[in-house]
Design a protein around this ligand. Structure first.
Ligand code: UDP
Length: 208
């Protein structure tokens, strides 16, 4: 096969994204890329490291970065760009995208994600199971929504922010760069960059 797809990350996120990639790209050889766990098989797919992926002879190579940590995704995405290897989208068949959704390259959209209307999303977005983004929201690059995260309308989420499982972001709120919203938090006020918030109503736990 001339097309080779690497799902980067042979761990929890990777095993959730692999079946989506397999369903979408039927004409390709698909492997996991992992820099610590190469030389084995995971769910029927070979695991190779980045150097081995680069050495493969396939004419066309693509990567899906299946790692929840935004800053690791950013670093790996920059590495792919340096080698001119494009990022591809993983999108479950149950995902709902409504009108005027702009989505950057390399997104991973897990089953039952909903993106409603007039939404702009940057590079390498991860939306895990049952998360949603409501109307008129703007999402930066490398943002992660953990399972069940609920982003209401007119929200701004800046680059590399991580929204924990089941968190709820109130309409109109802004979340700064690299901020972390804890699991189940109810965010009713803006969250500054590099800050972790938890609880209901969400309060600052710490700054990086
Ligand atoms: N990983 C890698 N290269 C990197 C960073 C991470 O191959 O530069 C791999 C790491 O070895 C691990 C996976 O990515 O197997 C991330 O797994 P983890 O369980 O930490 O995250 P998750 O799958 O939950 O996003």
């Amino acid at each position: 096969m001339n097309k080779l797809i690497g799902v980067y990350g042979a761990s929890g996120c990777g095993v959730g994204i692999m079946p989506l990639i397999r369903e979408q790209y039927l004409d390709s050889k698909i492997v996991f890329i992992d820099d610590k766990k190469s030389n084995g098989l995971l769910n029927g797919h070979q695991i190779i490291d980045w150097a081995e992926f680069l050495e493969e002879s396939s004419k066309q190579k693509f990567v899906s970065i299946a790692i929840a940590n935004p800053e690791i995704r950013k670093a790996l995405s920059e590495k792919c760009m340096k080698h001119s290897i494009p990022l591809i989208e993983a999108c479950a068949s149950s995902v709902v995208k409504m009108d005027n959704v702009e989505l950057g390259d390399g997104a991973c959209l897990s089953p039952f994600v909903t993106l409603t209307s007039n939404i702009r999303i940057g590079l390498c977005f991860h939306a895990n199971l049952y998360s949603f983004i409501e109307h008129d929201s703007v999402i930066g690059d490398y943002v992660t929504l953990a399972p069940g995260a609920k982003v209401n309308g007119n929200v701004l989420i800046e680059d590399c922010a991580f929204i924990g499982a089941g968190a709820i972001i109130r309409q109109g709120v802004s979340i700064g760069k690299r901020a972390v919203v804890g699991m189940g938090a109810v965010v009713v006020r803006d969250v500054p960059a590099d800050t972790t918030v938890v609880g209901n109503p969400a309060k600052i736990l710490g700054k990086r």
